[in-house]
Design a protein around this ligand. Structure first.
Ligand code: BES
Ligand code: ZN
Ligand code: ZN
Length: 489
């Protein structure tokens, strides 16, 4: 695992393999960002011109490498564009993009604008997240190691790197789980990892197996999981603090593989469905992070784990299941399985009498249609809660946008024989219909938000900023941020 430290040394004479320096774009080419002004002199007034010559303009995300030929102690100068904006997310992204370009280098130092503790933390976090690599399954030695030792050059005191390290560790844990193929991560295996890692972090962990789920009336988890030889699990992780005044409950969709079940998905939509446990991943990562930070708040996390496969024992379209809440559900489409495991998780979480329930799920393709790959949809039964979740996600640099729960869509979920159906007959608005379905399982008077992160959980495209290809660890930091907002002060 990559480590990060702070150092107040002069960047020009700092002993490292690569020095990362921030630039902004200007009408006359790249301009050094705050703290980088002295490099132009060190490079005999030729740095900006050399960078322009290699096509670097200082735009956000751009990276250019220039050998220093002794102008500074580091043999390599890595210029990174900060774009126009001054916010912490642009620092995180620049640090991430620069560190990502340095795979195979052992040490790197970052001379980016980091005059405040907040900025120094952003640089440290972006750098750590950019240093991520998933090479567990490479045997040919092709994949080089990410930067091992990072130094943020800043006059700021220590301590800021600690939160960055905890956040990066939580996100890394989630990315690893999402990237792990379903042959190595099935419900019981995920539960075992949660039990081990959770207990080591000081969490109380309970795991319900398929027999306990059946006896306990968790019809959704049982129904979705019954087609697989790997039976379902419900994991409850709980963190408590003596000074806590608030209790939060997080519920994550943990489908370790979503084939669609008998309502089978087409192949092209299936290969990345190992990421369908990203919500449970985020909940798990967040609980580990919250425990490591020792936040004065109580948090319970539920991982709703099942594998959705077709077989002779699989649930059928038209089956009716009895949910944990007591409501009956007609399963019209076995591919709308996320809501079936979440309805049980949400109803169980409500028994903890939390001040707020937040569920996180790779729930609908419609989220991607509406908001694209990088912006999660946030729905709630309370306007203030929805706005809070969107704001906290925004501060973490995790794109999220408020979405409505229009009452007129509810009748589309009417079932001719059960209390509710798991599918509305028409395609339009199906992210919202899924939200309305879940709302039915939130008891009256309980504040609840639903985050649909079908797109943001998994990056099918090229890496960008601090986000790698594959599992992103999205929403983990939003959940930690929500716990911080509910911590006693
Ligand atoms: N896991 C999928 C949603 C998904 C799609 C996640 C793409 C990530 C990327 C979910 O279980 C699903 O299949 N949803 C269906 C619901 C439909 C049958 C109502 C969908 O969105 O098509
Ligand atoms: Zn599905
Ligand atoms: Zn799914």
């Amino acid at each position: 695992m990559t480590t990060v430290r702070l150092n107040s040394a002069d960047p020009g004479s700092f002993d490292t393999d690569a020095l990362i320096v921030g630039f902004r774009s200007g009408p006359e080419g790249p301009r050094p960002a705050t703290g980088a002004e002295s490099f132009e002199t060190a490079f005999d007034g030729k740095l900006a011109a050399s960078l322009s010559a290699v096509g670097f303009s200082g735009k956000s995300g751009e990276v250019a490498k220039i050998p220093s030929f002794g102008a500074i102690t580091a043999p390599l100068l890595v210029a990174v564009g900060l774009g126009e904006s001054d916010d912490t997310e642009s620092l995180r992204r620049a640090a991430g993009a620069a560190v990502r370009s340095l795979v195979g280098t052992s040490r790197a130092a970052l001379a980016l604008p980091a005059e405040t503790a907040e900025q120094a933390e952003a640089v440290a976090l972006g750098a750590l997240l950019g240093a991520y690599a998933f090479s567990r399954y490479r045997t040919n030695g092709e994949q080089k190691n990410p930067v091992a030792e990072l130094t943020v050059l800043s006059a700021e005191a220590d301590g800021v790197t600690e939160r960055a390290s905890v956040l990066a560790e939580a996100v890394t844990l989630v990315r690893d789980l999402v990237n792990t193929p379903p042959s190595d991560l099935w419900p019981a295996k995920f539960a075992e990892i949660a039990e081990q890692t959770g207990t080591a972090a000081g969490l109380a962990v309970e795991v319900l197996d398929e027999k306990q789920l059946k006896d306990g009336g968790y019809g959704g988890l049982i129904g979705v999981g019954q087609g697989s030889a790997n039976p379902p699990r419900l994991v409850r992780l709980s963190y408590s603090h003596p000074d806590a005044r608030k209790t939060l409950a997080f519920v994550g969709k943990g489908i370790t593989f979503d084939s669609g079940g008998l309502s089978l998905k087409p192949s092209a939509s299936m290969d990345w469905m190992k990421s369908d446990m990203g919500g449970a991943g985020a909940v798990f990562g967040a609980l580990i992070g919250i425990a490591r930070l020792g936040l004065p708040v109580n948090v319970v996390g539920y991982l709703c784990l099942a594998e959705n496969l077709p077989s002779g024992t699989a649930q059928r379209p038209s089956d009716v299941i009895h949910s944990y809440s007591g409501k009956t559900v007609e399963v019209l489409d076995t591919d709308a399985e996320g809501r079936l495991v979440l309805m049980d998780g949400i109803a169980r979480a409500a028994e903890d009498q939390p001040d707020l329930i937040v569920d996180v799920a790779t729930l609908t393709g419609a989220q991607i249609v509406a908001l694209g790959w990088r912006t999660s949809g946030v729905m709630s039964n309370d306007d203030e809660v929805r706005e809070l979740v969107v704001e906290v996600a925004g501060a973490a640099g995790e794109g999220a946008w408020g979405m409505p729960l229009p009452e007129e869509l509810r009748k589309g979920l009417d079932s001719p024989i059960a209390d509710i159906a798991n599918l509305q007959p028409e395609r339009w608005g199906s992210m919202l219909a899924a939200g309305l379905f879940l709302k039915e399982f939130v008891p009256d008077g309980v504040r609840w938000a639903h985050i649909d992160m079908a797109g943001p959980a998994f990056n099918k495209g090229e890496p960008h900023g601090y986000t790698p290809k594959g599992g992103t660890g999205a929403i983990t930091r939003t959940l930690i941020g929500l716990a911080e907002r509910h911590a006693s002060t």
